[in-house]
Design a protein around this ligand. Structure first.
Ligand code: SAM
Length: 233
């Protein structure tokens, strides 16, 4: 069976019983790329379930072939937008760890709204992590690191803790590249605290920002087009 979980409806829980098996711990990586970190961890920890979330098709396919090659059944991958996945598709308070390593930093001011970390993501993240569960974060981008630190500092549902230590065999693909170039890497982690468990309000997303199959881009006049090359990636 393929490691890729099909998504029939991005607003309904996932059709993957292992992710909902509360007797097995769950770890999730957002933007898992080709799965270097997560598939390696899954191979070492058969007692745990692992879910990668990645929106690029080629990377999802490489993740799935790694899983096949390793002959493991506890690593899964989902081709979908991370915010939607956290908001609608995952069980409540089940994940013990969420990893976000080298997310796109969207350095230009006019693109900051594309960044993952913000109040919507933190609400959904808190809802999916168990109490005492952790978010592990790393980036090479100092300004984005500061912005994420501020985001968590303003949210009383999270407490800062020491980040996990990872050796070269647990570096992600981008991390291996950046460390090889001698770039400084910033890491941090936060743990969830008990708090008022209010239901998440439905996401209100502009129709043009709704998740769709494929990669869509805009030209300089704002006209949208589907990038078939990125789709094939
Ligand atoms: C800079 S790459 C880092 C990949 C991997 N974490 C690593 O360190 O090698 C960021 C990855 O996150 C994916 N990504 C970015 N935003 C995402 C989102 N909102 N939902 C799902 N995947 C996302 C991109 O497609 C890309 O593969």
């Amino acid at each position: 069976m393929s490691a890729v979980i099909p998504v029939a409806d991005p607003t309904r829980p996932l059709e993957c019983p292992q992710i909902y098996d509360l007797s097995r711990p769950l770890e999730i990586e957002v933007g898992c790329g080709r799965g270097r970190f997560l598939t390696g961890r899954a191979a070492k920890m058969p007692e745990c379930e692992f879910l990668g979330i990645e929106r690029m098709k080629e990377r999802v396919n490489v993740f799935a072939s790694k899983v096949r090659r390793l002959g493991i059944s506890n690593a899964h991958v989902l081709r979908l937008e991370a915010l939607y996945t956290f908001h609608y598709l995952l069980p409540a308070h089940h994940a013990r760890r969420v990893y976000v390593f080298f997310p796109d930093p969207w350095p230009k001011k006019k693109h900051r709204s594309h960044r993952l970390f913000g109040s919507l993501f933190l609400n959904a993240l808190w809802k999916r992590l168990e109490v005492g569960g952790r978010l592990e974060f790393a980036t090479d981008h100092a300004e984005y690191f500061g912005a994420v630190e501020e985001c968590f500092a303003a949210d009383a549902r999270f407490r800062r803790v020491a980040p996990m230590e990872r050796g070269p065999d647990e570096w992600t693909e981008f991390e291996t590249l950046f460390r090889g170039q001698g770039l400084p890497i910033h890491s941090a982690a936060w743990e969830t605290l008990p708090a008022d468990d209010a239901p998440l309000a439905p996401l209100t997303i502009a129709p043009e920002d709704e998740p769709r199959e494929g990669v869509f881009r805009r030209d300089s006049r704002g006209k949208e087009w589907r990038d078939a090359n990125a789709d094939r990636d």
